[in-house]
Design a protein around this ligand. Structure first.
Ligand code: AMP
Length: 363
């Protein structure tokens, strides 16, 4: 039997107080929840919109416990929360998504094995624990291949291409000689993502595929619904999301980053067990956006309708892009979302904007 849904007025805690936590806190407040945020940084973006914020190091088990004690359910806004903090929180209040979603996605090898076991394709890969492992790994993946740290990689950090066997030592050194994964190169024509949600009773709903463009390893733009997506490709994306969401026994929103090989095949690059930057377009273009949907799932509510009423181009404001806020604010076509970060730094996500257009018929 499903647990009872949380009533408005209940407290939902968020581990992590960046922009994703901020947009979750805003969405939760809209549904009448008290949103509490835990983050080591007292002035973090989410703390300034939450009903209550808790600032302490992740390793401070007493502080995590005090926060969790006040919560009726707890969620997280990013996957690299130290496991110890998650374990303390999960002992005190229901953690949604659960620890399994984190365990399966914090380590790239564990993640890819899980994806393949769920019947979903990835590039060829092999674990690399030392420089000496590289020749055998290259024999599995072929060249070129991409060496990535197994853990704590984000926005393209901790990655090095190996184009010939001579690059191996330099690549190994450049990722910091840490446990790694070697991945075969995906011959993709474009990068897509499917953002989906799974409810406590196992219903999975997905938004249409988004097409994503990165710059310097950071997402720059998502166009959604992605153009030139036929019904079969969209159905395959939902099938993949359903298999992975069910396999993780996930509760909440998650995103699956995909390589579109252009021949109807999709390979999974990685899973984010949380709301995702490639889902920000849903905030202005869909009946229910990813942040509200996540709060609904965490609260044990029925999922909202993800169907879009418009198409959207979402552009990230990275670093000093945000200095143009006055021009952006006077553009009636731009729906502006700013994260309240105190200082723009190169590569830092400061906000995003959505430009809406008509919804095209697929085909
Ligand atoms: P990731 O940190 O795994 O999301 O990788 C960052 C970016 O690197 C992806 O969005 C792709 O553009 C590229 N990339 C990652 N893995 C591969 C791969 N196996 N083959 C080709 N490109 C990749």
């Amino acid at each position: 039997m499903s647990p009872r849904p949380l009533a408005p007025g209940s407290v939902i805690g968020i581990l992590g107080g960046g922009q994703l936590g901020r947009m979750l806190a805003l969405a939760g407040a809209k549904l009448g929840f008290d949103m509490h945020v835990f983050d080591p940084e007292p002035d973090c973006p989410a703390a300034r919109v939450a009903s209550r914020s808790w600032a302490a190091p992740w390793a401070d088990a007493g502080a995590v416990e005090a926060f969790a004690d006040r919560c009726d359910a707890i969620t997280y806004e990013f996957e690299n929360i130290p496991v110890e903090a998650v374990e303390v929180a999960a002992k005190t209040a229901p953690l949604r998504p659960g620890a399994r979603s984190l365990e399966l996605t914090q380590d790239r090898i564990t993640e890819k094995r899980f994806i393949n076991e769920a019947g979903v394709a990835t590039v060829a890969f092999a674990p690399v624990d030392s420089l000496a492992d590289l020749p055998a790994a290259i024999a599995i993946t072929g060249l070129p291949a991409l060496l990535k740290t197994r853990r704590f990689g984000y926005d393209g950090k901790g990655q090095a291409w190996i184009r010939s066997a001579d690059d191996a030592a330099a690549a190994w050194e450049s990722i910091g000689e840490q446990p790694a994964i070697l991945e075969g190169a995906a011959a993709f024509v474009r990068e897509l993502s499917v953002v989906a949600a799974r409810s406590v009773d196992g219903v999975v709903k997905a938004w249409p595929l988004a097409e994503n463009v990165h710059q310097d390893g950071i997402l720059k733009q998502s166009t959604a619904p992605a153009t030139s997506v036929d019904d079969a490709l969209q159905a395959r994306a939902l099938e993949i999301a359903t298999a992975l969401g069910n396999g993780m026994a996930h509760v909440g929103v998650f995103a699956v980053e995909l390589f579109d090989l252009g021949d109807g095949q999709l390979l999974v690059n990685e899973i984010a067990p949380r709301v995702h930057n490639t889902g920000h377009w849903t905030m202005d273009a869909c009946g229910c956006d990813q942040f509200e949907q996540h709060v609904r799932a965490v609260a044990g509510w029925p999922l909202g309708d993800p169907a879009p009423h418009s198409s959207a181009v979402m552009t990230n404001l990275i670093g000093h892009d945000v200095d143009d806020w006055q021009a952006l604010a006077s553009d009636p076509q731009a729906r502006l979302h700013l994260y309240g970060k105190r200082k723009a730094r190169k590569g830092r996500k400061m906000g995003h904007l959505n430009r809406l257009g008509p919804l095209q018929d697929r085909g």
